[in-house]
Every structure is written in C-alpha cells, then in structure tokens.
Design a protein around this ligand. Structure first.
Ligand SMILES: [Zn+2]
Length: 374
C-alpha cells in the first residue's frame, strides 16, 4: 500500500513539475510564450510617439516580441548606398533598444528578403542600387501598376543564386542584429511570386521548392554562425491549390514542398487574415515552431487565439512546444496605427474591423488567459 501512495505522490510531483515547466516559459503563466507585435519601424520624426506607445501600450499588455520592419530605414554603415533618404540613426535605434529592454521585449528586426524587392511601380533599394541581382531584369516596371497584369508582376525578387547577393545581404543582417542587440532576425520571404524564372541564367529549370529552401537555409546558416535564429512568413510553405487558401496566404508557384527541406529551427510566422486556418498544426507536425499572425478582424483573431490555446493543450508534449503563440501584424505606417488606436477610429463601414481593435481584442484575451492560468 505504501508503495502505491509513494507512486501517486511521485505522479503528483511529476505533474506539478511538468505544469511548472510549461508555465515557466514566461513570467505571465501564459500558454503564449510569444506575444508578438509586428509593425514598420518609424521614421525619425515619429520616433518619440513610437517609444511612448511601446512603453504605455505594449509593455503593460506583456507583448514580448517586437517584429520591426526596418528594411532600408536605417543608416547602414556597411552599405550606406542602400539607406533610405530619411532613416533612423544608431542613436535612434538605441532609444528603441532601451525602452524594449526595460519592458522585457525582444526586438526582431526585419528586412524583406528574396521577394518584395519592389512595390507597385517602384523598385526598392536593393535592386535599385544593384539591378544585377534582379531575378527578372527583362520585366520593366510599369508607369501605372495594376493587378492582375500580363507579367504577373506582384513584386520583384532577387536571384538567390547570384554570386554577389549574399555578401551584401549578410552585411545588412549582421549590422541590424548588432545595432538592435538581438539574436533573432526576420527575413520576410512572403509572397515570393518570381522564383526560378525560366530566363534566369542561374535559376532557369531548377526546382522552385529547392531554390526557396536553399535561400532559407543559406540565411539560417549565416545567422546560426553567430548564434542567431531566423523567422520567416509561412505562406510559401503551404500548398495553395489543395488547401484552397490561394496564391497569397499560400503558394501556387511550386515552392510549398520546401517545408520538408528547410531546417527545423526556422520559426514560421503563419499569417491568415480572413479565416482561422488550421495550418499551425501542419507546421507543428512537420517539426517546425509556429506563431499565428492576425491582422484586422477581431473575430478571426479570437478564433485563432482559441485555436492556439487548444492546439497547445491537446497536443503531445513535443507538438505542444511548437505552438509558440500569436502576433498582431500592422500594415499601415506606425503613425496611422497609433492615431487610430487612441482615436478608436472605426473601419470604412463604421465597424471594428481595424488593426487597433484587433490588437486590443487579442491582447485582452492573452492577458485574461494569463490571469486564469496563474
Ligand atoms: Zn535566378
């Protein structure tokens, strides 16, 4: 009998230890180890309200990951030719670093890599300065951009097999991680439509999934040399046709088998804005860590939040560890977001389908969930 009680006591202690291990992943007791907020880095003139927003709104809501889309909004010393005309100085960045450090927020800077090298009719800095990196140099940027168009031009890509491209990119990544004092970098890599173009002398005829996975692996390996991690958006790894998720939130251009080819320590930011797609389970079953990303529909964010909690609670230990949490993504400039947030500006229909209403909804849910679990 004594041995049975000892056994039960051992089980109880093991159970307590087990729960403690789960909940000790952060200091909120939350099932959301990553509580992310993704936004464009402010221009210098808007830095002060941005710092105040971090301090007054992100920190109290226990946001612990700030994914900051920097791109060329920084005075790079390694490649000054790639700087935006008006961009953040090192001193500006250090102000962001300080306020985030005090608030226990990890900064994850982002440069859009591979795809998104142009927007509408405008080429972005990398291909403007180094046109030789263009995957499709024969496609001329239109005067008046429309979608759809005869070239299927959404955004330009760089050629991942160009022998000079990584030398430039690695310098930018290293400099950004150094100045933001971080061990994590977000490479974007979403909505890559141009990849493995037939007319590219290096990529033509090559398997697009292999090309995509090769670029992910190249970036990951570079970061790994300095003990750093890579995050990317997840859409190129989902089969758009079979799932009917489409060509934006999923891939219709042959890249999706890359999910089996990329290193398992790459963190997937799985964005879905119209429906609470069940894709986090897919990523987790492939051995990848995943964060569900939402945008401007509070109803969708609520379902995604409930799913994330459910996935984690009902999965095996190993699977459960891969559901990292949630991220609010903001696709306006930070000033517009902050203004809308404080004014509670409604959407065009007078409703609440806005980025700021979704942000408030999501972090209320996360906060309440954390309180309940305490
Ligand atoms: Zn190429």
């Amino acid at each position: 009998m004594k041995s049975i009680w000892m056994f039960k006591l051992s089980l109880l202690l093991f159970g307590l230890f087990f729960c403690e291990t789960i909940y000790s992943q952060d200091n909120t007791g939350s099932l959301m180890p990553v509580r992310g907020f993704c936004i464009g880095a402010p221009r210098p003139a808007k830095l002060e309200p941005f710092l105040a927003f971090i301090e007054k709104e992100l920190v109290p809501r226990q946001v612990n990951a700030l994914i900051l889309r920097v791109d060329y909004n920084y005075q790079y010393e390694s490649h000054p030719e790639l700087r935006d005309t008006v961009c953040l100085s090192k001193e500006d960045v250090k102000k962001i670093v300080d306020v985030c450090r005090k608030g226990n927020i990890k900064i994850i800077p982002q440069i859009n890599l591979l795809g998104h090298q142009s927007w509408a009719g405008k080429v972005n800095n990398l291909l403007k300065v180094y046109p030789q990196f263009d995957e499709t140099p024969w496609i001329v940027m239109p005067q008046n951009y429309v979608w759809p168009n005869a070239d299927s031009l959404y955004c330009k890509s760089y050629c991942p097999l160009h022998p000079e491209v990584h030398k430039v990119i690695f310098s930018l990544i290293d400099e950004l991680c150094d100045v933001f004092e971080t061990d994590t970098f977000h490479a974007g890599m979403d909505e890559v439509f141009y990849i493995g173009a037939d007319k590219c002398p290096r990529c033509g005829g090559k398997n697009k999934a292999v090309l995509f996975a090769g670029e992910v692996t190249t970036l990951r390996n570079h970061l790994s040399e300095k003990g750093r991690s890579l995050w990317i958006w997840g859409d190129r790894l989902i089969d758009g046709k079979t799932t009917s998720i489409g060509i934006w939130e999923a891939s219709d251009n042959g890249t999706f088998p890359a999910i089996d080819l990329i290193p398992k320590d790459v963190v997937i930011c799985d964005w879905h804005y119209e429906r609470a797609e069940q894709t986090p389970v897919y990523f987790a079953m492939k051995g990848l860590k995943v964060i569900t990303c939402t945008w401007k529909k509070p109803v969708v964010a609520t379902l995604q939040f409930e799913d994330m909690v459910k996935f984690k609670a009902r999965s095996s230990w190993d699977m459960g560890q891969r559901f990292l949490g949630m991220m609010q993504t903001v696709w306006s400039d930070p000033g517009t977001f902050i203004d809308g947030f404080y004014a509670n500006t409604p959407d065009e229909m007078g409703g609440i389908n806005t980025q700021w209403a979704t942000f408030k909804t999501l972090f209320n849910l996360i906060y309440l969930e954390g309180v309940i679990k305490k």
